[in-house]
Design a protein around this ligand. Structure first.
Ligand code: NAD
Ligand code: MN
Length: 357
C-alpha cells in the first residue's frame, strides 16, 4: 500500500465546495486503485478564521504543514476582508515559505466544452504556462510615504534574481523538452522594463544552450495576449513572470472555456517541502452556496497532485474520467451546462469505477 498524507485548506467562498468534491473523487480513486491510501487532514484557515483570530492561519502554520506530502488548497477572498490580507495571509506565505517557485498551469480545451473563440477546438489549444512563483512583482517589497497627503507616493518593487530567473527558466525548458512539440515561448516586457526584464531575456538565451532540442522564441506580454487569442495553435509551453503569467493564465482559462476548469500546481521541484495544488479561480462570491461551482479545476489539480506524488496511473485515470464526463455534456453553468457541482462529481466518480475508463 502506498500512503500519502494530504493537508486540505478549503478556505473561502466556493473553495470548500470544490475541495469537498475533490476529496470525494480522491476517495473513489482510492477504492478503484486498491493499493493507494490518502490520509487527509483538514485545516479551517481562511477569512472566517481571520475574523475570529485576526490572522489567516496560526503563526506555526507552515510548521504544521511541513510534514505533509502535499497541500490541496481551495481559494481565498471574502467580500468583507481586504484581498491583500487574504492573499498575503495564507496563499503567498505558503508558496514563498515552501519555495514553491514553479507555478504550473496546464490549459487545454476539454471534450464537450465550447470555447469562446471561433475556429478553435480541442487540439488547437494545448498549453502549459509556467509562472515564476517566488519573486518578481510579488516580492512584497515596496512602500508608501506621505499617506493621505497630496504628495503621497506608493512603490511596488519587482525583484528578479539570477538564481530565481535561472531556475524557473531551466524548469520551463525542461518541461518544454518533455512535451511532444518541444516549443517554448519566453514572455517579458523588456522593451519598457530595461533591467530585470532584459536580464530575463539574457538568462533565457543562456539556458537555451543547455536544451538544443527545444525551439524557443520571445514575446512581449502585450503582444502575447494577441497571439494567444488569434494564433493559439502556435503556442505550447510558456514561461513568464509572476504578474505576467498570473494575467495570461486567467486569459488562457477563459479561452479554454472557463476559469472553472483551470488548474494550477505550486511546485517545489527540489522536493524539500510539500507542493500545493489548487484551482486558478478565486472564491467566486457571486456563486458561493449555490451548488453550481465547477469542480473540474479542483479535479484537474488533484490529478496534478497525483502526478507529483508519483501516482501517474491514478492521475491519468482521473483525467480520463473528467474528460468522459465533460464529453458527455455533464457540465456546470459556467461552461454552458445545467449540472450541479454534485452531479458532475458523482458522474466523475462513476466514470472512475467504469471498466473502460
Ligand atoms: P474568481 O475567480 O473568484 O471569479 C471570477 C468569475 O469566474 C466569477 O464570475 C465566478 O463566478 C467565475 N468562476 C470562478 N470559478 C468558478 C468555478 N469553479 N465555477 C464556476 N464559475 C467560476 O475571481 P474574482 O471574482 O475576481 O475574485 C473573487 C475573490 O477571490 C477575490 O477576493 C479575489 O481576491 C479572490 N481570488 C483568490 C484567488 C486564489 O485564492 N488563488 C485567485 C483569484 C481571486
Ligand atoms: Mn490569478
Amino acid at each position: 500500500m502506498r500512503e500519502y498524507s494530504i493537508a486540505t485548506i478549503p478556505a473561502d467562498g466556493i473553495g470548500p465546495e470544490v475541495i469537498a468534491a475533490g476529496r470525494t473523487v480522491l476517495a473513489n480513486l482510492e477504492k478503484r486503485l486498491g493499493d493507494v491510501k490518502f490520509t487527509v487532514e483538514n485545516f479551517d484557515w481562511g477569512s472566517d478564521y481571520y475574523k475570529k483570530h485576526g490572522v489567516m492561519m496560526p503563526s506555526d502554520g507552515l510548521e504544521q504543514l511541513k510534514k505533509f506530502d502535499a497541500i490541496y488548497f481551495g481559494a481565498v477572498g471574502a467580500p468583507d476582508v481586504p484581498d491583500h490580507i487574504t492573499l498575503w495571509g495564507l496563499r503567498l506565505p505558503i508558496c514563498q515559505g515552501f519555495d514553491q517557485y514553479a507555478n504550473v498551469r496546464p490549459t487545454r480545451i476539454l471534450p464537450g466544452i465550447t470555447p469562446p473563440l471561433r475556429n478553435c477546438g480541442p487540439g488547437d489549444l494545448d498549453w502549459v504556462i509556467v509562472r515564476e512563483n517566488s519573486e518578481g512583482e510579488y516580492s512584497g517589497h515596496g512602500g508608501r510615504a506621505h499617506r493621505g497627503l497630496p504628495e503621497e507616493v506608493g512603490t511596488e518593487v519587482a525583484i528578479f534574481t539570477r538564481v530565481g530567473v535561472s531556475r524557473i527558466m531551466r524548469y520551463a525548458f525542461r518541461l518544454a523538452q518533455s512535451r511532444p512539440r518541444k516549443l517554448l515561448t519566453v514572455v517579458t516586457k523588456s522593451n519598457a522594463q530595461r533591467h530585470g526584464m532584459v536580464m530575463w531575456d539574457e538568462i533565457a538565451a543562456e539556458v537555451a544552450e543547455e536544451f538544443p532540442h527545444v525551439t524557443w522564441d520571445k514575446m512581449l506580454v502585450d503582444a502575447m495576449t494577441v497571439r494567444m487569442t488569434l494564433k493559439p495553435q502556435t503556442l505550447d509551453t510558456i514561461v513568464a513572470t509572476n504578474l505576467h503569467a498570473d494575467i495570461l493564465s486567467d486569459l488562457a482559462g477563459a479561452l479554454a472555456g472557463s476559469l472553472g476548469v483551470a488548474p494550477t500546481a505550486n511546485i517545489d521541484p527540489e522536493r524539500r517541502f510539500p507542493s500545493m495544488f489548487e484551482p486558478i479561480h478565486g472564491s467566486a462570491f457571486d456563486i458561493t452556496g449555490k451548488g453550481i461551482a465547477n469542480p473540474v479545476a479542483a479535479f484537474w489539480t488533484a490529478a496534478q497532485m497525483l502526478d507529483h506524488l508519483g501516482e501517474q496511473e491514478g492521475s491519468a485515470r482521473l483525467m480520463r474520467a473528467v474528460e468522459r464526463v465533460t464529453g458527455a455534456g455533464i457540465l456546470t453553468p459556467d461552461v454552458g451546462g445545467s449540472a450541479t457541482t454534485r452531479e458532475v462529481t458523482e458522474a466523475v466518480c462513476d466514470a472512475i469505477h467504469s471498466s473502460n475508463v
